[in-house]
Design a protein. Structure first.
Length: 126
């Protein structure tokens, strides 16, 4: 399973009347747990070697009226928390061993200030 963390944001107008961008900000707060494991190929037993946790937070202010290259400004944080290798391993939750993985389960939501939010890109797996 390949579940690499690769955050991205679309600059296309996700949900809008016309071709005018209304994106004013991006807020992202995600937590992750990853297990480094070894598998006994004869028995299929999984041995947990390490449990790693980390969090990625991001706040970006966007001014669509500014020229390209000046529209986005990082508000916070200017540095991310480092991943933590736990001193005591946590058990692997069963859902971590099957699809959907995190990348397949992500959803892009558009939450305008003036109306109800809507799903722009649904999860690949349900």
């Amino acid at each position: 399973m390949n579940d690499n963390f690769y955050p991205s944001v679309t600059w296309a107008v996700p949900v809008n009347d016309g071709n005018v961008s209304k994106l004013t900000g991006i807020h992202r707060d995600q937590s992750f747990t990853t297990w480094l494991v070894a598998t006994n190929m004869a028995t299929n037993d999984i041995i947990i070697l390490h449990t790693i946790k980390w969090r990625m937070r991001l706040e970006i202010e966007v001014n669509p009226n500014m020229p390209l290259g000046q529209r986005a400004k990082l508000k916070e944080p200017f540095g991310q928390e480092q991943p933590q290798v736990l001193s005591k391993n946590e058990p692997i939750v069963p859902s971590a061993l099957i699809k959907p993985n995190a990348n397949d389960a992500q959803v892009l939501m558009w939450r305008p200030k003036s109306r109800q939010g809507e799903v722009v890109i649904p999860p690949r797996c349900r």
